[in-house]
Design a protein around this ligand. Structure first.
Ligand SMILES: Nc1ncnc2c1ncn2[C@@H]1O[C@H](COP(=O)(O)OP(=O)(O)O)[C@@H](O)[C@H]1O
Ligand code: SF4
Ligand SMILES: [Mg+2]
Length: 395
């Protein structure tokens, strides 16, 4: 396994000292740090042609590279200031790798990652230091992502210390404020992670991310390890944080239900590629890509009393498994499971473009897309009672 990991969230290796000497800043048009404030709607993160291939080793006695896992294979995406952007797809399609590239826990094979106008794709630790605190990550597993030997106070204040953040009134006061913001008791400052439930631990993870006053949070399936009843509360908290603090989110999920609730724009990934992207309504109400249709229909139909319900809608069952990202199908990667596939799909990769009938900024990669009039299966989407209640509460 290849890992060029440096853990930003735990703040272990930020080379603060070097940054303070004023050496090595990132190349690009703008200076790092304060003063370079962006307004909402401006691009904050621009990812272009991003590729991450993990080498596959084989052979004996000399191990050589015999292939590559094409985890992320040429994706483009933009996250604007204060926006929540959803990234959705089945397990293994490359979502976490994308998140780890953007937070630079991994270095890309090729492509560019431009953050506030500076390309950080291959920036060194030293060059990344000034922006480390601005891009934070919230992880899926609230159990393994918190150090069990540290108190909550230490977990949240640690990154502040490492990054030299000295809030007025001191770090402890700020930690207590943060605990309050995320809905925890500030008096629990001295408790340890094991004293909290999964949902509460995820709130601690959110407080830790907020401690550094980030501009962008990459939330990698932040609620999928939690009980359904708790999921809605944490989604609600994140949404509140996004709105109140104007933090941009890249919200990663395998589930379209949760992303719909949270994101203004959504991209759908399949085998390392983005196959459809657009504003929420385009994706949920007028999807063009067969895979997006399948994902929308694939969510089990559950009634509030937990029973199954006949919706009268066709449920699309995808044939076969996701192909291996080591040798993805030629042409369109979805073709081995697509009911609309024709010869052209095997020979020509469909470009991600605005098809006729798509609204502006709604892009689809398909040679034989579904008609834009195909009505949404929206009522199939939100299924768990807790999320439904949350949406209704929103009015
Ligand atoms: N460090 C690694 N080394 C080799 N292969 C990896 C590594 N990390 C992820 N992969 C592979 O890359 C593909 C995408 O993984 P991942 O980004 O975790 O997908 P997702 O988050 O969508 O489930 C998978 O086939 C996975 O096995
Ligand atoms: S390009 Fe062809 S195989 Fe791919 S999704 Fe469209 S119709 Fe299906
Ligand atoms: Mg993942």
């Amino acid at each position: 396994m290849e890992e060029e990991a440096v853990d930003v969230s735990k703040g272990v290796d930020v080379s603060k000292g070097e940054a303070a000497k004023g050496e090595a800043t990132l190349p690009g048009p703008r200076e790092a740090g304060a003063g370079a404030a962006e307004s909402p709607g401006e691009p904050l993160l621009v990812v272009e042609k991003l590729v991450k291939h993990f080498p596959v080793k084989g052979g004996f006695p000399i191990r050589r590279t015999v292939g590559a896992v094409q985890a992320v294979d040429g994706i483009d995406l933009t996250v604007h200031v204060g926006e929540s952007f959803g990234l959705v797809g089945e397990s293994g399609c490359g979502k976490s790798t994308t998140g780890r590239l953007i937070t630079r826990l991994l270095e890309p094979t090729s492509g560019s990652i431009s953050y506030r106008g500076r390309d950080i794709a291959h920036a060194s630790r030293k060059q990344l230091a000034p922006i480390r605190s601005e891009i934070q990550m919230i992880f899926q597993d609230p159990y393994s992502s918190l150090n069990p030997r540290q108190t909550v106070g230490k977990i949240i204040s640690g990154p502040m210390e490492i990054n030299g953040i000295d809030p007025t009134g001191g770090r402890e006061k700020r930690v207590r404020e943060l605990l309050e913001i995320v809905g925890l008791n500030p008096e629990h400052y001295n408790r340890f992670p094991h004293e909290f439930s999964g949902g509460q631990r995820q709130r601690i993870g959110v407080a830790r991310a907020l401690a550094l006053e980030p501009k962008l949070i990459v939330a990698d399936e932040p609620v999928s390890a939690l009980d359904v009843s708790i999921q809605a509360q944490v989604v609600n908290l994140l949404q509140q944080v996004q709105k109140d603090l104007g933090i941009a989110f890249l919200f990663i999920a395998h589930d379209l239900a949760i992303v719909r609730h949270f994101s203004q724009r959504v991209a759908v990934m399949y085998l390392g590629k983005i196959i459809e992207v657009g504003d929420r309504d385009s994706i949920y109400k007028r999807p063009r890509h067969p895979y997006t249709h399948a994902l929308l229909s694939a969510v089990p139909e559950v009634t509030l009393d937990g029973g199954a319900e006949e919706t009268g809608r066709e449920r699309i069952r995808l044939a076969g498994d996701v192909p291996s990202p080591i040798s993805p199908p030629s042409g369109c990667r979805f073709r081995t499971r697509c009911w609309k596939s024709q010869d052209k799909c095997a020979t020509e990769e469909p470009p991600l473009v605005r098809l006729s009938g798509n609204r502006p900024h709604h892009l689809t990669a398909c040679h034989f897309p579904e008609a834009p009039t195909t009505e949404a299966r929206e009522e199939d989407i939100v299924l768990d009672p807790a999320l439904t209640a949350l949406e209704e509460g929103e009015g």
